[in-house]
Design a protein around this ligand. Structure first.
Ligand SMILES: *[C@@H]1O[C@H](CO)[C@@H](O)[C@H](O)[C@H]1NC(C)=O
Ligand SMILES: *[C@@H]1O[C@H](CO)[C@@H](O)[C@H](O)[C@H]1NC(C)=O
Ligand SMILES: *[C@@H]1O[C@H](CO)[C@@H](O)[C@H](O)[C@H]1NC(C)=O
Length: 488
């Protein structure tokens, strides 16, 4: 959404125009889906209240793997990406698995955010400064755990083995080891899932990784010894969930014509925790075990994704594309020396309604910002959050929307139930080097609340959550992270 800068006098005209369009929409009794077209402009944006609603029972976009046509050219793979609890992830309407209540998601989200912050805060040197480097090659250091995966919300379907079988897996930029549940495995060791369990004995290309293989030694803390000369793995996540089994390799088909062979992954024979129905997990972190690293030879270490703006539409995951960052607002990729899995960038400021939010020294952002697909709500240093909140509330006050009770950690909520259209100030995030990410309405509000929350302290790592990434293409390469709004 374009964030034109307007002067105060222009602003009055824009507001008047917004109001007239809004009133016209109401008077003409426009159907809500028609009003979903954005009629606002400039530093404020008007969207239909219906477009802010989270759910629906029909997928708007049931077509397989679509993405900008130019991305598909033999050196890149494009996968369709869907919300785990939405209709686009389910083969039929009756198989939609409703997600937990939002308040519960936010509680799990807080555990994940705190876990990430604990991991990154260990990076502080004796002088209290965070040691971030611009190195594109993070050192591999022990990590004791993965982290809470209860909030992972986006899935892709890949084809595993020969003959290939579809597996729907959660996408996680915050962990490295991929895994699926494997046959034979009876409940409760394996939970019930969407597709039949992957059967390694039924795949002519599967093999267990031998204990002496480099791939087994590279598991380091994710290795769990040797059994019947097969390499065993274990991943324990921050919320107490875990998966353990045999480390194996097989052919992974990402999209027609795009296979990765061998692909190393965990064949899970015992899982405990919050996995709820999905077939497994695709680790997109930065260490050697991740899909991104394993695919680097074929796809150049570049990947991108676009998380859909709502549960009823789809986005995409690409490997190897776009080949250049042109069209993206890019900022340097940073590494916390003790949490090398994470994609870190430096957030430097926030603007609301086209104006920089004042009173926020850049130093409060010094802990860096983790770009994470698994955290829901963006976490900010408390000083930055307080300034954003008061500026946002003041900008909203002129419309007189009634407030609504807080939901968990979200304390700035509105009741839009009497409105067909809602006007919001634009919110933009500014990153190191000046890259600006202008958020769309679905990236500002969630369940009627300002979808940002404060960290425990200034200087803690901020987290760019998945609400703020919705409809934004996010591109990663060895040295930068790029953002392109309105991409899906
Ligand atoms: C296709 O891939 C090649 C090699 O990466 C690249 O040079 C070219 O620009 C790509 N074409 C399109 C249309 O993206
Ligand atoms: C997995 O978690 C369960 C329940 O917390 C625990 O009993 C089990 O020992 C864990 N397994 C591993 C391999 O860590
Ligand atoms: C929103 O306002 C309506 C009345 O306009 C009320 O019935 C409803 O309970 C309110 N919802 C919340 C979450 O406050």
């Amino acid at each position: 959404m374009a964030a034109f800068v307007v002067s105060p006098s222009q602003l009055h005209r824009v507001l008047l125009l917004s109001w007239l369009l809004f009133a016209a929409g109401v008077l003409c009794f426009l159907p809500r889906h028609v009003a979903a077209a954005r009629v606002g402009a400039g530093s404020y944006v008007t969207v239909s209240a219906a477009s802010l609603a989270a759910s629906g029972t029909t997928c708007d976009d049931p077509a397989p793997a679509i993405a900008p046509r130019q991305l598909i050219n033999g050196t890149s793979a494009v996968l369709r990406l869907a919300h785990r609890h939405g209709p686009c992830a389910a083969p039929s309407r009756s198989s939609v698995q409703p997600g937990p209540p939002f308040a519960e998601v936010l509680r799990a989200d807080q555990r994940r955010a705190e876990y990430i912050q604990r991991r990154v805060s260990g990076a502080r040197g004796s002088n209290g400064n965070l040691k971030l480097t611009a190195s594109s090659r993070p050192a591999t250091v022990p990590a004791t755990m993965g982290y809470s995966i209860g909030t992972l919300q986006y899935v892709v379907t890949v084809i595993l083995g020969t003959p290939g079988v579809p597996q729907t897996v959660e996408l996680d930029t915050g962990s490295d080891v991929s895994w699926v549940q494997c046959k034979p495995c009876a409940p409760p060791a394996c939970y019930s899932q969407k597709d039949p369990l992957f059967d390694p004995a039924g795949s002519s290309t599967y093999s267990a990784v031998p204990c002496a293989a480099d791939a087994c030694l590279e598991l380091e803390i994710f290795g769990e010894g040797c059994s019947s000369s097969q390499c065993r793995y274990v991943v324990s996540y921050g919320d107490g969930s875990n998966t353990t089994g045999v480390y194996g390799s097989d052919t992974l088909t990402l999209s027609p014509g795009n296979t990765l062979s061998p692909f190393l992954f965990g064949c899970g024979y015992a899982q405990t925790g919050l996995f709820a129905g999905i077939d497994g997990l695709l680790g997109l972190g930065r260490q050697s075990m991740s899909l991104k690293s394993q695919a680097a030879g074929a796809y150049g270490g570049v990947f991108s994704y676009c998380l859909p703006p709502k549960e009823t539409s789809t986005g995409y995951l690409t490997l190897g594309a776009p080949s250049t960052a042109s069209g993206f607002a890019t900022t340097a990729l940073l590494t916390a020396w003790n949490a090398p899995t994470f994609y870190m960038v430096m957030l430097t400021g926030i603007s609301v309604g086209g104006q920089a939010v004042g009173g926020v020294p850049t130093s409060v952002f010094a802990g860096g910002t983790v770009v994470d697909t698994g955290t829901v709500v963006t976490r900010l240093p408390p000083t930055a959050y307080a300034a954003l909140r008061s500026t946002f509330r003041a900008a909203m006050a002129r419309y007189g929307y009634p407030s609504a009770p807080p939901i968990g950690i979200l304390d700035t909520c509105y009741n839009f139930s009497r409105y067909d259209a809602v006007t919001l100030p634009t919110v933009a995030l500014v990153f190191g080097g000046g890259a600006t990410l202008a958020l769309e309405a679905p990236g500002i509000l969630s369940s009627g609340c300002l979808a940002f929350a404060p960290n425990a302290g200034d200087g803690d790592a901020a987290i760019l959550g998945n609400v703020q990434q919705r409809s934004v293409a996010v591109r990663f390469d060895g040295s930068s992270v790029g953002f392109m709004p309105g991409a899906c």
